[in-house]
Design a protein around this ligand. Structure first.
Ligand SMILES: [Zn+2]
Ligand SMILES: [Zn+2]
Ligand SMILES: [Zn+2]
Ligand SMILES: [Zn+2]
Length: 275
């Protein structure tokens, strides 16, 4: 009655459904630890002790040998029920379709089939080795497990990669902000320069106008004071000065009044290169 920890763990799904029949008769629900091959009954540790006192020659099996135990109700139900019609039990096997059938299956899909036999008949000539199938299941289980673990690892990888990209996007955004700040600052500086250049030139015009205006005003007053004073020399000088100043003023106006109105033009370049 060797019981290894590993086999208990492996077969725990089967074993947990067995309860001790002796305890059950006393309305106590207790998990069975042994199966007697002769009585075809399961017992807990305590009840097995009493059983062994009475039946010295009965062979019993512990949980480690669950393959010697009968099928549990759950396992039996799982195997015997029709996968399509859950409330029905599998009774026939259709050779034509190579399919297990319940009575509903037969009615719906296999009325025309010629090679339908009772399962008890078909079971007489088993075509596949159950041990081979079991081995194949173990291989597929291992493959599924491997694939599952790899996909689980991928989930973590995707998460990590997501965080990384998120960080990168934030960095790009930060850099764009800094670049835009820099662009704004240099544009503002340019705007300041343009303003002061224009203001300087306009102020110079205002100053020149004021100077010419003052000089013409003074000459105009001086000329009026000369009227009827018969001072030919000074009159000559005055007229020369008036002529010069008039010429200077006219040419100044001619040169400068054609200047276009000063305004500042700003055109935003909204093309942002995509990163
Ligand atoms: Zn018991
Ligand atoms: Zn027994
Ligand atoms: Zn069915
Ligand atoms: Zn069929």
């Amino acid at each position: 009655m060797a019981t290894s920890v590993d086999s208990v763990n492996d077969s725990s799904d089967y074993v947990k459904d067995y309860s001790c029949v002796a305890c059950e008769s006393k309305n106590i629900e207790l998990c069975a630890d042994f199966f007697c091959e002769t009585c075809l009954k399961c017992f807990c540790q305590t009840c097995l002790y009493h059983h062994d006192q009475m039946f010295v020659n009965h062979v019993t099996y512990g949980r480690g040998e669950s393959n010697k135990w009968p099928l549990t109700k759950t396992t039996e139900d799982l195997l015997l029920k029709c996968d399509v019609h859950n409330s029905e039990t599998l009774k026939m096997f259709c050779q034509d379709h190579s399919q297990l059938c319940c009575s509903d299956c037969l009615l719906v899909n296999h009325r025309q089939c010629k090679n339908v036999a009772l399962i008890s008949e078909s079971a007489k000539n088993p075509s596949v080795d159950i041990q081979q199938l079991s081995n194949k299941i173990q291989i597929i289980l291992a493959d599924l497990n491997k694939f599952k673990r790899s996909q689980e690892a991928s989930i973590h990888f995707v998460e990590g990669s997501y965080s990384e990209k998120l960080q990168e996007i934030r960095e790009v955004r930060k850099k764009l902000n800094a670049d835009l700040d820099g662009l704004e600052n240099s544009t503002l500086k340019e705007l300041d320069t343009i303003r002061s250049t224009l203001q300087t030139s306009l102020k110079k015009d205002v100053d020149n106008c004021s100077r010419l205006k003052d000089e013409l005003q003074q000459l105009s007053e001086a000329v009026q004071g000369l009227c009827d004073k018969s001072k030919k020399d000074i009159e000559f000088i005055a007229s020369r000065k008036c002529l010069d100043k008039i010429l200077e003023s006219e040419s100044y106006l001619k040169e400068n009044s054609v200047k276009v109105q000063s305004s500042i033009i700003f055109k935003a370049n909204i093309d942002l290169t995509s990163t």
